[in-house]
Design a protein around this ligand. Structure first.
Ligand SMILES: [Zn+2]
Length: 454
């Protein structure tokens, strides 16, 4: 065995000194190799599956499993089956091997990262992940000679001399790069089989979460820009679908943990108010999530101590896979900045959900005994009704921003728009009458509208 292993004979002094030890290891590895024979056949089906997966769903699947035929002129050297000799850690690098563990969260954030001989991985899947990432970033494709839980060997798919071999360290889960030799002379691969839809869906999860209806062209362009790979619209479609499924699965898990989350918030932020309402149609049916109000104690104290007794209310749509709406209550602090008081997730903006939200909000912050609150909102019918019913003596004003949106849609004249704001921001009765008068002269119908609104 040793005689055939010309290129892997240890060369540094230290390694020659360690020859005896290596011989022992060698024996051990051979033992391991033979005991692993049946494991290897067991792994074969799995391996084939993995291999097919790795081939990607693209038409690059011409490289059939077992069709491990090299293409380049120098490739015959690399067409040999992997030998146990390769399990010796041989470093051609003058700095010597790097025995540290590979940290994906650090390495993947670098523009470029290196695979180094001696580098350890906590699990074989971590190595596989790193190899795929490295191949896509560098634009290479590899063929797997071995690809299982105890050794992974890969070589350049185009027949260059580049070859990597990793295996387990002392039968632990730890994987180590034992051999890394040769070089790539092939050009960058723009249709890269390693950039599978599963790989891309992980990378595009954030994009799909932000915009679940993002276009396939957007994904194709982003893949080209970020990973320098060309993908078909079919692959872009699968990428998007898988990303959405993953987000949905992830969100479902998160919903299941809401009770634990609420308990933790109550414990770490005493006097916070977290209300969860479940929806159950019949006694046999499993309850599902309906509403959540999230009010932190510190925000409540801040609102009561430093804000005017004015509460702004509004809702917006949630873009996630489950839809729903986000309701928010905001105050204004001494510097005229927005101050959040509480938020809620509800099924939709209507009379029932607003009533529930306002009741929970008042339970949290108290009724405002000294001064009554003034509410500001748009003219959402359910909300108007809920405020009238719950706080008959409270003031309710409509938000100028919302009024202006309607005004803008109706009147395009910029002079009229200026007059609108002059009327709205008048600080005393006389100024208001004067500005309203000017608005009425410019457009009689408007003044009436504003008076009615405000
Ligand atoms: Zn190559």
């Amino acid at each position: 065995m040793f005689a055939t292993a010309g290129s892997t004979v240890p060369q540094t002094n230290q390694q020659i000194g360690d020859l005896n030890e290596q011989q022992q290891q060698h024996q051990q590895l051979q033992d391991e190799e033979s005991t692993a024979q049946h494991q290897q056949t067991e792994d074969l089906n799995k391996q084939q599956q993995q291999h097919e997966e790795a081939q990607g769903e693209e038409s690059t699947a011409q490289h059939q499993h077992g069709g491990d035929q090299p293409i380049g002129p120098d490739s015959e050297d690399w067409n040999e089956p992997v030998t146990a000799d390769e399990d010796f850690l041989y470093s051609g690098d003058e700095n010597g091997p790097d025995y540290s563990y590979f940290n994906a969260s650090v390495e993947f954030n670098k523009p470029n990262f290196e695979l180094k001989i001696g580098k350890k991985f906590t699990h074989f899947t971590k190595f596989r992940e790193a190899l795929v990432e490295w191949n896509i970033r560098e634009g290479y494709e590899v063929l797997y000679i071995n690809n299982d839980s105890w050794r992974i060997t890969a070589k350049c798919a185009k027949g260059c001399s580049w070859r990597i071999h990793t295996s387990r360290v002392n039968r632990t889960d730890t994987f180590q790069i034992k051999t890394l030799k040769g070089e790539h002379h092939c050009g960058r691969e723009y249709i890269n089989k390693h950039a599978s839809s599963t790989y891309l869906s992980r990378k595009f999860q954030e994009k799909v979460r932000d915009d679940p209806n993002c276009s396939l062209d957007g994904i194709i362009n982003d893949a080209r820009r970020r990973f320098m790979v060309n993908i078909s619209s079919k692959k872009a479609y699968r990428t998007k679908r898988k990303a959405r499924e993953a987000i949905k699965g992830c969100d479902m898990e998160q919903y299941e943990r809401l009770w634990d989350y609420a308990a933790t918030v109550r414990q770490s932020n005493p006097n916070s108010h977290i209300a969860i309402q479940m929806d159950r149609r019949s006694i046999e049916e499993r309850a599902t999530f309906q509403r959540l109000l999230y009010g932190l104690s510190a925000l409540k104290r801040g609102f009561l101590a430093g804000c005017r007794p004015i509460i702004g209310l509004d809702g917006c749509f949630l873009k996630g896979p489950f839809g729903g709406q986000l309701l928010a209550a905001l105050g204004r602090d001494g510097n005229d900045n927005m101050f959040p008081i509480a938020i809620a997730i509800v099924e939709a903006e209507n009379y029932n959900s607003w009533t529930w939200f306002l009741k929970e909000l008042i339970t949290h912050i108290g009724r405002g005994n000294v001064v009554l609150y003034t509410f500001i909102s748009d003219r959402q019918k359910g909300l108007v009704h809920a405020i009238e019913e719950l706080f008959p003596s409270a003031e309710h004003r409509f938000c100028l921003k919302h009024l202006f949106e309607n005004f803008k849609a109706k009147f395009k004249d910029s002079e009229l728009r200026e007059l609108f704001w002059a009327t709205a921001s008048a600080t005393n009765g006389d100024d208001f009458k004067r500005a309203l008068n000017a608005l009425e002269i410019a457009q009689p119908q408007n003044g009436e509208n504003l008076t009615a609104a405000g």
